[in-house]
Design a protein. Structure first.
Length: 342
């Protein structure tokens, strides 16, 4: 029903405007008694065989919602009713920022993809914390953190430290995002020396806490094998908990969408089915080359249960959805979990 009736209606409107409309609609609908219970009964898989304990956290199932969907922690409780085993908020920055100029989010229906150049638009870490304080159902939350656009790279650590300290008591794990293509210069922080320094400093802060939280690194699919070798070394040297593979790609290879459309859209990170294969390649390379030394959360182009199984077979421990959730609808989480149980 979603793909036949609901999606065609939603796709009549611009992606960003319909995203905000959908958020408001869900918020209002879930304020009605019993609605959340009905949705959870329809979409939430419940089987102890789905539980996964990863980096010290017990997940009810291995399918999460990737960062970018609920940037400001406005809908994590409601979204959990659609079956997600965990919700990753962000990317959050210390100061609120509007992001890049609109339009900045584009659909590629022929490729089942999205291009975005949002630019870390968010209301800031402090605003998110005020909402996370209301996490009455203890939804497992990941905090994806980044730097403000106007913060120079030499001061980037200050931004990550601020977000880390602000969110620490309210998230279950952290994700260091240095791989978005939409903040100028951000990907330069993926180079071995600055990244090792950044993660080492965060780990020092983390280990000074009575109960440290897992810190993960989100990487781009555009890294070379040599750069992936560096990532393995960095994870080993800094002793962070794991990697999320992968973020969006700047590549436009093998797309069927009209070239004029792509030219008119311009720059941005591509997600969805076009990144599926490369994301899986990165997961497989990291897993095999490191000899499964650390957990990997697989994300990128998961639009079906088979896509999720592909990621898990490649070496992922958990998976996340974003674009696939938009294209395939809320039933995708349960379908993936049902497939895992076979």
């Amino acid at each position: 029903m979603y793909k036949l009736l609901i999606r065609p209606f939603l796709f009549l409107f611009s992606p960003e405007s319909i995203h905000h409309f959908t958020f408001r609609f869900i918020k209002v609908a879930f304020a009605i008694p019993f609605v959340k219970g009905i949705v959870a009964a329809l979409y939430t898989p419940k089987n102890p065989k789905l539980e996964r304990e990863v980096f010290g956290i017990k997940f009810p199932n291995p399918v999460g919602l990737a960062a970018g969907f609920d940037k400001d922690a406005k809908l994590f409780d409601e979204l959990s009713a659609f079956g997600f085993g965990f919700i990753e908020i962000g990317t959050l920055t210390p100061k609120p920022q509007p992001g890049n100029d609109k339009p900045r989010l584009f659909r590629l229906p022929e490729d089942s993809g999205l291009i975005n150049r949002m630019g870390f638009n968010n209301e800031g870490a402090d605003a998110a914390v005020e909402r996370l304080k209301k996490n009455k159902h203890d939804v497992i939350i990941g905090g994806n953190i980044g730097k403000n656009k106007l913060t120079p790279n030499e001061n980037a650590l200050d931004d990550y430290v601020y977000c880390f300290n602000t969110l620490f008591d309210y998230v279950h794990y952290f994700v260091v995002n240095v791989s978005s293509p939409n903040t100028p210069g951000l990907r330069d922080l993926q180079e071995k020396e600055p990244l090792t320094s950044l993660l080492s400093e965060l780990q020092k802060l983390n280990n000074a806490r009575p109960k440290p939280k897992p810190i993960l690194l989100k990487i781009a699919p555009d890294l070379t094998n040599s750069q992936l070798d560096d990532i393995i070394d960095i994870v080993r040297d800094t002793k962070i908990a794991g990697v999320i593979a992968t973020n969006t790609t700047i590549s436009r290879d093998n797309l069927t969408s009209d070239i004029q459309l792509l030219t008119s859209i311009g720059a941005g990170g591509l997600s969805g089915l076009p990144v599926r294969e490369r994301s899986t390649e990165v997961i497989k390379y990291l897993s095999e080359k490191s000899k499964k030394a650390f957990p990997i959360i697989g994300v990128g182009g998961i639009h079906s249960p088979d896509d999720a199984i592909e990621k898990l077979n490649a070496g992922a421990t958990l998976v996340q959805l974003y674009t696939g959730f938009i294209y395939e609808g809320p039933g995708l989480v349960k379908k993936i979990c049902d497939r895992i149980l076979i």
